[in-house]
Write a new protein. Sequence first.
Length: 289
Amino acid sequence: MNYIDQFINFVSTLYTPRRACTTLFMICGGVLSLCIILPLLNLWLTPAIKPIAQNYETYILLISIVLGVSLGIVVFSIVDLIVLTIYEHLISKKKKSQSQLKAIKEKNIRDEVIFSNFKTAYFHLSIDKIKIIRSLITFPSLSFHSEHEDVKFLEKSGWIEALTYISDEEKVYQLNQTIRLYADDRWNEEVNLNTEHFHSFDAETAIVIINAMSDVKIKAELDEFNFSFYKSDIEKCFEVSEFTETLYSLRFKERYEKNFSELHLKPFRSERLFSIKVRENIPDLDIPF
């Protein structure tokens, strides 16, 4: 390796791409200065410098080159600042995008686990837990006692989400959207099954209730024996409240009134009082054997 190669290698180690760009802008500035600034300086400075300096043209040339090189450095600094700002913005945007994608991926994984656990546990949940879930299907948000056993379990499982506190012991909750569709579909299935069962468990009792709930002119009266025997079947579709031993209120559970109306193609009352017809005591008969 000769001295020229060694010198070139040494110089190349001193130069980075940024320094190379600086040099390029300095050269461009100097060349443009010779083309544009030098003629102007000759025009402006010659009358002032020529009487006092023999080599005035050299001075004007040096001034022109210095101005051009300086201008090149200034322009490069501005361009460098703009490019660096854009680069940092793109890097920041890329990192933010990657962070968002990672967060979305992690959320999707959590949601899959939450949905799978809910789907497995749904038919084993207590009635009170199901009521809380269904109330949050009906309403966007509701407040519950945060220390209630069922509420704590549902929140810990990720099936309901706390939005804010309204007191030390009460929070506003919403349903996790991951499980909403599944819970809503199971609710509709239950309504349809119970409605179908209501129309099949005892035709006489079902017809009396349907007619009375759809027409106020029809007497609302149930047979004592049938009402007592089929009360659990009636309660699948109605909330049954006792006023006296012979007077009860039947109120459609949520979604059942609409289901009955669509099935029978007529409107229904939401609630009605039913009197219980007490059977007279049947006297003992002496039956010969």
